[in-house]
Design a protein around this ligand. Structure first.
Ligand SMILES: Nc1nc2c(c(=O)[nH]1)N[C@H]1C(S)=C(S)[C@@H](COP(=O)(O)OP(=O)(O)OC[C@H]3O[C@@H](n4cnc5c(N)ncnc54)[C@H](O)[C@@H]3O)O[C@H]1N2
Ligand code: MOO
Length: 439
């Protein structure tokens, strides 16, 4: 449990935590580096679509594993006419046996004759004899014709699906054919959500003093788009006891099965803002307390004693989504063994002066929802911290550094989880684990 030492400005949102707000690129990096990939797990094939394979799938035996017929007809041995044999193994020269498509070709078979190309008649002794019919194609049956030899698709031990593959349904079918019941995949983090605020209503038109919930309708989808699995959604009011209960991982209906718990609201410093106190009371520790960004600066990241990460999003709707993009996305990527989400680079269509700085004097990175026009990024309107209208039509988020950016200059763009990464004009910069990134 960390020591909470008051910092110089007791009115600062960071007062009492011992941590100062950190720069935006540093916050992303910290949220990525604080977590390692979840341990890999064996899952049944039907549950593995879309998951990333951690251990290569190899052929457990030759594919196909026996020589089979490609046609309905007869397995033949040697030259005809062929006396029809019933199940002799191996097939003796001059004999044939009825075979269906996919049937096990008996040993001694030299070819399969299609049903359309053969004629069965009785010989003088009343025995059934097969001959090639007049309808047969010239040259039928050629040696090996219509026999699918074993091992033509793969040999035992051959790698069929390398580790790192995102499994599609056909991969799963291939794994089944190769003899597997389970595949080893990288688990995705399960994310529970605690929505706080007694003023929040979930349906209808809110009365003055109430607000309609903006997080319930979007967070589940966004969590999935960020590579997580949405878990329990819990709604609480503003009491400390409710916060403790919701964040506690030990209750029967708790978020214990989650790897991450996201909370909304309660990151400020009023008497109803309990994120930090609840984490401290539960024995957790803050990893990050405030980011020099706007909106979203009160964002908090903590680790709970049971190993869950707690992401405290501010209550203001746009601020929350920018905080989620800044610290939630890298955290989920790290837990899912994915690279740090890529930033794109575009050209700014606007001038942005230097930022005035926050209470601790740090210049803030501005996250501005934007659209692209003729290769330039322009801010959208309606991007106040409490608004959703601008974000709803945005194609990305401009990352304007504290010093500002002039029109015509390159600017980093954070893709939105639901917009195609190709929206910005220039090639994305790939940033892998342990690769330093600078805005
Ligand atoms: N004296 C100061 N006040 C505030 C500061 C500050 O530095 N000093 N920072 C402001 C900033 S910036 C933000 S962001 C917010 C952070 O607030 P909280 O995280 O404590 O969130 P709440 O106070 O609970 O709510 C803020 C706002 O968001 C609305 N809200 C909450 N949940 C929802 C929801 N599910 N759907 C829609 N809207 C929601 C809530 O009604 C409030 O209007 O603090 C500022 N204040
Ligand atoms: O930074 Mo707050 O997060 O503006 O609304």
């Amino acid at each position: 449990m960390m020591t909470f030492t008051p910092i110089a400005d007791p009115t600062s949102p960071m007062a009492g935590t011992g941590l100062h707000s950190i720069d935006w690129p540093e916050a992303r990096r910290l949220a990525y580096d604080c977590a390692g990939p979840l341990p890999t797990a064996q899952v049944p094939l039907h549950a593995a679509a879309g998951r990333t394979l951690s251990s290569a799938v190899t052929a457990l035996q030759d594919l196909p594993h026996y020589a089979s017929s490609a046609m309905d007809g007869w397995a033949l041995s040697g030259d005809g006419p062929w006396l029809l044999a019933a199940g002799q193994q191996p097939l003796a020269p001059g004999t044939a046996a009825v075979i269906a498509t996919g049937g096990l070709v008996p040993e001694g078979t030299s070819a399969v004759l299609r049903k359309e190309s053969g004629l069965v008649a009785e010989d003088g002794a009343g025995r059934p004899v097969l001959t090639v019919s007049a309808d047969a194609k010239p040259g039928e049956p050629r040696p090996g014709q219509h026999v699918r030899p074993a091992g033509t698709e793969a040999l035992a031990g051959e790698t069929l699906i390398p580790a790192g593959t995102v499994l599609n349904p056909a991969h799963l079918a291939l794994a089944a054919v190769a003899g597997h019941d389970l595949v080893e995949v990288q688990p995705q983090p399960v994310v529970s959500v605690v929505l706080t605020g007694s003023e929040v209503v979930t349906s209808g038109i809110p009365a003055p003093g109430n607000v309609r919930d903006t997080f319930g309708p979007q967070l589940g989808t966004v969590i999935s788009q960020l590579g997580g699995i949405p878990g329990n959604f819990t709604r609480i009011g503003d009491s400390f006891a409710a916060w403790l209960e919701a964040l506690d991982g030990s209750g029967p209906d708790s978020a214990a099965r989650a790897d991450v718990v996201i909370t909304t609201g309660g990151t400020g410093k009023s008497g109803t803002d309990h994120f930090r106190d609840a984490v401290a009371a539960l024995g957790g520790r803050l990893l990050l307390d405030g980011v020099a960004m706007r909106p979203g600066h009160p964002a908090v990241l903590a680790e709970l004693p049971d190993g869950r990460f707690a992401v405290g999003l501010p209550g203001n709707p746009l601020a929350a989504m920018m905080a989620l993009a800044t610290i939630g996305a890298p955290l989920l990527a790290a837990l899912g063994n994915q690279p740090l989400p890529q930033l794109q680079h575009a050209t700014s269509g606007n001038d942005f002066g230097p930022d005035g700085g926050c209470s601790d004097g740090k210049g803030r990175t501005r996250l501005i929802p934007c659209r692209f026009l003729s290769g330039l990024a322009f801010p959208v309107s309606h991007t106040g911290p409490g608004m959703m209208r601008g974000l709803a039509w945005a194609e990305g988020v401009m990352v304007v550094p504290p010093g500002g950016v002039d029109s015509g200059q390159p600017v980093a763009v954070l893709p939105l989880p639901w917009t195609p990464a190709a929206a910005a004009t220039q090639t994305a910069v790939s940033v892998g684990r342990n690769t330093p990134w600078h805005a």
